[in-house]
Design a protein around this ligand. Sequence first.
Ligand SMILES: [Zn+2]
Length: 443
Amino acid sequence: MRFLIWLVPVLLAAQTPRGLHPAVSELVEGVSEERVSAVMKRLGEFGSRNTNYEPGNKASREWIAEQFRSFSPRLEVHFDTHTIAKQGRIVRDLELHNVVATLPGTTQREQEIIVCAHYDSLNVIRRKEGAVAGGDTTDWVATADAPDAPGVSDNASGVALVLELARLMSQREWPKTIVFIAFSGEEQGLFGSRGYAKAAKEAKRKIVGVFNSDIIGNDYAGDGRRVTDLVHVFSGDPADSSSRALARYVQETAGRYYPAMKANTVFRSDRFGRGGDHTPFHDAGYAAIRFTTPVEHYGFQHSAGDTFEHASPAYAARVVRVNAAAVGSLALAPPAPQVMRTNSEGNATAPNLGRGKGYDAVLKWAAVEPVEEVAGYSIKLRSTTAPDWEREIFAGNVTEYKLRNYSIDDVVIGVRAVGKNGIESPVSAYTLVPRNFAASAVP
Ligand SMILES: [Zn+2]
């Protein structure tokens, strides 16, 4: 008996839970290819959803809002409206409308996850008289009024992902708040997401992950290359940006809950010469990533040929499952620990990391809230040249840890929180902050 009393607490303390969480498994299992397919098909039937083409854009955004409302009364649906003056690819003054559905969180309500995709579409009409100065051959007025821009892979597929996760996740409560957004104005220069991200930063919203899906609806390129079991996950620099940490988190959680599909981290903000709605969030300091098929079909993209017949709903559904694994895990995880010292503006000033009496690594971090949901913290280690974490040490429920005789200068060190539910937060890395040598005593 005395033995058992001794043994039980030791077993509990030593346990670093790593099982699959039933709510995340259920989410991944629940993804319906039929529903993803139906949304892609329906959105392709609005003629054009071009931001400049009000009839189709209006009908499609109202349909998206109606879908959100039909899933659950828990979803708070509204249009986020921005007035945009005529400029560049915006061919007339207009009001742009993002469709937003918020699922309020429970114990970590202030921590927000955004799952987003742009719903506007584009059928590029070329100028008959040739390129204008700068080499642009597009007739933007004719493009604005082209009635046939089905935009199924780009980007009804991404909206199908947003709607499917909203449908599934709104059936229960989650600790974090999840905001589902269909953006407009992407094809004219990210107008919808730029307006939204700017307002979010000004309101000091705590957005901990932006999952942007854009062109996830086809699995073969124009040169015949076909890829069905891999999706690109783009994340902006530097090497330990919060966006990069989120990309690693996606790779890890997808590999755990849906190993059939590889979440391929691309350590680059986006494709060459291209843009997406995750970028304004990354630039505002938020963790934001982009999902895209590795086989874009340039023959169909931005043309009347981007149709349902040319798309692959089966592939899109696989990308939805990858997102379900990551978004579900993040929604249930404790917040990532704060490992950097910050100033009153919230900007990092220095890592909370030292050398102890000279030759140790002494790590400190702030306990995350709510403390009653946290089982402990894990230390993550990797070489500065390694893309992913290589080692992990479960430190227990502490906020300081010493690695004896361990140099802090030639490795990357991070900390993650582990919830009592077995779910882990993304990793927060200790990073160098650029120094002002003029004010520094020891250069
Ligand atoms: Zn797009």
